[in-house]
Design a protein around this ligand. Sequence first.
Ligand SMILES: CC(C)(COP(=O)(O)OP(=O)(O)OC[C@H]1O[C@@H](n2cnc3c(N)ncnc32)[C@H](O)[C@@H]1OP(=O)(O)O)[C@@H](O)C(=O)NCCC(=O)NCCS
Length: 178
Amino acid sequence: MGEWVIEPATVESLPDILQIEEACFSSPWTRKMLEAELSGNRFAHFLLAKRTTPGDVGSPSIIGYLCFWIIFEEVRLMNLAVIESMRHKGIAKALVSQALEAGAAQAGMRALLEVRASNHAAQALYRSLGFCAVTTRPAYYTNPLEDAVLMELDPIVSESAQVTEAFGRDGGRITPLQ
Ligand SMILES: CC(C)(COP(=O)(O)OP(=O)(O)OC[C@H]1O[C@@H](n2cnc3c(N)ncnc32)[C@H](O)[C@@H]1OP(=O)(O)O)[C@@H](O)C(=O)NCCC(=O)NCCS
């Protein structure tokens, strides 16, 4: 078994998700926003990455998450973060890979997301999964004010097969979506 697994989030995970959210973003989602995605939005799916073995004393078991929507033919990646100490292990790639697979299984044809223009790490991640930048949305973000890059993966299917292969090498086990 790998160092971590991916599984669906429940509302009990909210405090841990909020803590990561506040550590990772200058303009974090609030508890209410996260709660709405976890329990009040029928299009929303929430995946967690969790350690399979205990880390150092006090280190969290939840190490990353991805919120995404499946709206008919479209998969929208809404919110993604991995704690700093667990980055560069393929966790984000595995989370996105599983979202793409879930979307494709529910007739999703293409995937979309917005990312800050200065967020080169995230853009590199999405490019590594086959996404392309399609346009810029001026002054989309606040705190700080910044453009968004709209990125798209179209079609999903062939690219996610490639992602799954890459993920398999990294050794995290995937728990199926509910
Ligand atoms: C962006 C983020 C989610 C990446 O998480 P991660 O688990 O470290 O990413 P992965 O290990 O799955 O990286 C997969 C690929 O993405 C790219 N990548 C990830 N981090 C990168 C970085 N800092 N610089 C350049 N490329 C990077 C690489 O191509 C990498 O593949 P490689 O390791 O084979 O080179 C993480 O840095 C993060 O949580 N950042 C803060 C929150 C954020 O920006 N969220 C995204 C909002 S759109």
